[in-house]
Write a protein that binds this ligand. Structure first.
Ligand SMILES: Nc1ncnc2c1ncn2[C@@H]1O[C@H](COP(=O)(O)OP(=O)(O)OP(=O)(O)O)[C@@H](O)[C@H]1O
Length: 260
C-alpha cells in the first residue's frame, strides 16, 4: 500500500465552480499523498473533467483553494502550473503526429506547447545541439515504457495504444511531481488496457510519482487506486479505499440512478 503518509502533494479545499448557473463542482475537498494513486470517478457529467481543469489551471473556480506542493496555484496560468511539475495527459491523444516518438518526448522536457508547433520545432533544433542530457533522460523513459521499437517512427503511424503510451512518456519527460491522467484507457482494447494499467502502477511504484486518475470505469479504478473520490452532480459522494467506496450505498445509488 502506497500513499499512506507524509505532507500531501495536492490539497483541494471546498472548491466550487459554475458555468452560467450550471454547477460543475460543488464544494469538493480532497488531498493526494506522496506516491499515491488517487482516482476520481463518477457518472457522466459528475464533474471529473472540471476537477482536472481546475487542477491544471484551465478553469478558475469561484470558490475554494488548491495547493500543489504547499503553494497556492489558483492564481497561476496552466503553463506555470506545468512548470511547477504538474503534468497531464488528455482524453484524446495530443501529440505532434508527424514527429517521431523521440522528438515528441524531447519536446515534453520543455513547456513549449503553448507557443504552437513552429516555436516548438525551432526549440527542437536548439535542443539537438544543446541538450544531450535531456536526451539521456528521454532514452530512460523510452526503456521504461518499452517504446524502443518505435523511437524513430512518426507518431501517426503507431497503433492507438502505443500513441497513448507516447503521451504518457511525454508527461513523464516533464519530470512531474504529480501526474494527472484523464481517462487513460478510453478507447483501448483489453490488452492495451492491461498494459496501461501495468505502466501506471510502475510509475507509482518504481518512479514514486503520485497520480490522479480520472475515469468513469469503476472496474479499472478499483483495481488500481489507493483511494477513490466519487463525484455525482459535482458533489463528493464518497472518499476512501476501493473496498470502502464499493460498499457505500451512496456510491451504488449514484451509479445505478445516474446517467452512466
Ligand atoms: N466549459 C463548460 N461550459 C459549460 N458547462 C460546462 C463546461 N464544462 C463542464 N460543464 C458542465 O459541468 C458539469 C460537469 O461536467 P464535466 O465535464 O466536468 O463532467 P465529467 O464527470 O467529466 O463528465 P464525462 O464523464 O461525461 O466527461 C456538466 O453539467 C457540464 O455540462
Amino acid at each position: 500500500m502506497t500513499g499512506d503518509g507524509g505532507t500531501p502533494v495536492l490539497e483541494v479545499e471546498d472548491v466550487g465552480l459554475a458555468f452560467a448557473g450550471v454547477t460543475a463542482i460543488d464544494g469538493v475537498s480532497f488531498d493526494v499523498r506522496p506516491a499515491e494513486l488517487f482516482a476520481v470517478i463518477g457518472p457522466n457529467g459528475a464533474g471529473k473533467t472540471s476537477v482536472f481543469n481546475v487542477l491544471s489551471g484551465v478553469y478558475r473556480p469561484q470558490r475554494g483553494r488548491v495547493r500543489f506542493l504547499g503553494e497556492d496555484i489558483l492564481s497561476r496560468r496552466p503553463h506555470e502550473i506545468a512548470a511547477m511539475g504538474l503534468a497531464r495527459t488528455f482524453q484524446n491523444v495530443e501529440l505532434f503526429h508527424n514527429l517521431t516518438v523521440l522528438d515528441n518526448l524531447m519536446l515534453g522536457r520543455h513547456h513549449h506547447f503553448r507557443y504552437g508547433a513552429l516555436a516548438a520545432l525551432a526549440w527542437l533544433g536548439r535542443a539537438r545541439r544543446q541538450e544531450l542530457a535531456a536526451r539521456a533522460a528521454v532514452e530512460d523513459i523510452i526503456d521504461f515504457l518499452e517504446l524502443a521499437a518505435w523511437r524513430r517512427h512518426p507518431v501517426r503511424l503507431l497503433p492507438y495504444g502505443v500513441q497513448k503510451r507516447v503521451e504518457l512518456g511525454r508527461a513523464l519527460a516533464m519530470e512531474p511531481r504529480l501526474l494527472l491522467l484523464d481517462e487513460p484507457v478510453a478507447g483501448m482494447n483489453l490488452e492495451e488496457t492491461e498494459d496501461t494499467a501495468r505502466y501506471v502502477l510502475d510509475i507509482r511504484d518504481e518512479l514514486g510519482i503520485p497520480i490522479v486518475l480520472v475515469d468513469h470505469d469503476m472496474g479499472l479504478v478499483m483495481d488500481l487506486a489507493d483511494r477513490v473520490l466519487v463525484l455525482d452532480f459535482g458533489r463528493r459522494v464518497a472518499l476512501g479505499t476501493p473496498a470502502e467506496v464499493q460498499r457505500d450505498p451512496k456510491v451504488i445509488e449514484a451509479y445505478l440512478g445516474g446517467s452512466s
